[in-house]
Ligand binder design. Structure first.
Ligand SMILES: *Cc1c(COP(=O)(O)O)cnc(C)c1O
Length: 388
């Protein structure tokens, strides 16, 4: 790998040489048949990823663009959305809704915990909600949503399930053909970005709409969007040789390469691998007196938000760790300074995480917090083995 540093922030995530090489291929015109073939393949791979009977959209943008596309194409001004929020990124849907005059209700869990399905049920019983947004893995807290519990509740009440997969897609199951207890109970929209568990550089917004969600778009007529209006993109997704707005040609090369790796590894293998990584990283860090914010049953397999033991200074820790080539992220909002966030997803390998655990221990020792790195690495190895 030609990376000089180990990028363990919860996105962007490590990019590997094959993806860099693809990205550095010659830029061609967006209607050049050689590019169109690659774009077409990328769209096909995205369909395989989500297994949807509907339509996928791959456009230039970030995860937030994808969130906007999901919401504005399904819910009109004045209609109601329930935001199930397990942290900072869940809350982003509140602002998005407000920007478009959508009525937003929120169920916000205590940071580190899940929103109880019973609370969602109770809320949905009080009124007509067009859609419910669920963040699959909230990147601020490391809390995962329990889709098996939430999807049936939402569908029973006739609302659309909009799933934010930005920090989960390709690492945690998001199968849109999967039924949740009833043949009609399925995830309606999944939105994601290229730079997290998919492991491609940032810059692509990816959204999948099932037939029910496409029907919702149809019903809306004109919407307050142009670039984000899926009606403008649908002809391009069906025939990538057509033009609406210039696709990011080199990023599409990178994404197509990244998706080849995702599908070659196999989705179910990836779910198992990420589960093992999450468990092993969190267990190993407890050897240092560190503790995950999320309860283990609710913990995301893609990233963890880790509380410092008493007396560890956040900036000093992250700066010293960065000097050793390991980059982790600070925590957000009221957790800033009290925790750090570590990604363990995408192209990240067991070897990399082992090294990171060791160097985190070395860093703590340097900062005057004596810990046993070897023991933590041993714990990591053991947990990885028992989880796979
Ligand atoms: C990163 C992230 C986003 C925002 O994505 P951007 O690419 O930064 O716009 C949204 N939701 C979740 C869950 C995320 O992890």
């Amino acid at each position: 790998m030609r990376n000089e540093e180990m990028l363990l922030v919860p996105g962007p995530t490590p990019v590997i040489d094959a993806i860099y090489d693809a990205m550095a291929s010659e830029t061609r015109g967006h209607t050049d048949p050689r590019f169109v073939a690659i774009f077409k393949h990328a769209i096909e791979q995205t369909r395989q990823l989500f297994q949807t009977d509907g339509e996928v959209f791959v456009v230039a943008g970030s995860g937030t663009t994808a969130m906007e596309m999901a919401l504005v194409n399904t819910v009109a001004a004045g209609e109601k959305v329930l935001v199930v929020s397990q942290g900072y990124f869940g809350d982003r849907f509140i602002q998005l809704g407000e920007a478009f005059g959508i009525e937003v209700d929120v169920l916000q869990s205590e940071w580190g915990k899940q929103v109880a399905p019973a609370a969602v049920e109770k809320k949905l019983a009080t009124g007509q909600y067009k859609a419910v947004t669920i963040t699959h893995a909230d990147t601020s807290t490391g809390v995962a949503a329990d889709l098996d519990a939430l999807v049936p509740v939402v569908k029973k009440h006739g609302a659309l399930v909009i799933l934010d997969g930005v920090c989960a897609t390709a690492a945690m199951e998001e199968n849109m053909s999967k039924t949740y207890g009833h043949p009609d109970y399925k995830i309606d929209v999944v939105l994601t970005g290229s730079q997290k568990a998919i492991g491609v550089p940032p810059g692509l917004a990816i959204v999948a709409f099932n037939q029910a969600a496409l029907a919702a778009r149809k019903q809306l007529g004109r919407i307050p969007a142009y670039y984000c209006d899926i009606n403008n993109w649908q002809p391009i997704m069906q025939d990538p040789g057509k033009y609406f707005a210039t696709p990011p040609v080199n990023l599409i090369y990178a994404y197509e390469e990244g998706m080849k790796l995702v599908l070659a590894e196999g989705l179910s293998n990836r779910y198992v691998r990420h589960t093992a990584f999450g468990k092993a990283v969190r267990a190993a860090l407890t050897e240092y007196g560190m503790k995950a914010l999320a309860e283990e049953e609710a913990a995301a397999s893609t990233l963890s938000c880790i509380l410092y033991p008493d007396g560890v200074d956040d900036s000093a820790f992250r700066a010293a760790l960065a000097k050793k080539g390991i980059i982790v992220a600070g925590a957000l909002a009221h957790l800033a300074g009290k925790a750090f966030r570590i990604g363990h997803m995408g192209n990240t390998t067991e070897e990399m995480l082992k090294k990171a655990i060791e160097l985190i221990g070395d860093t703590l020792n340097e900062l005057g917090h004596p810990v046993d790195s070897a023991k933590a690495v041993e714990r990591f190895n053991k947990e990885v083995l028992t989880s796979v």
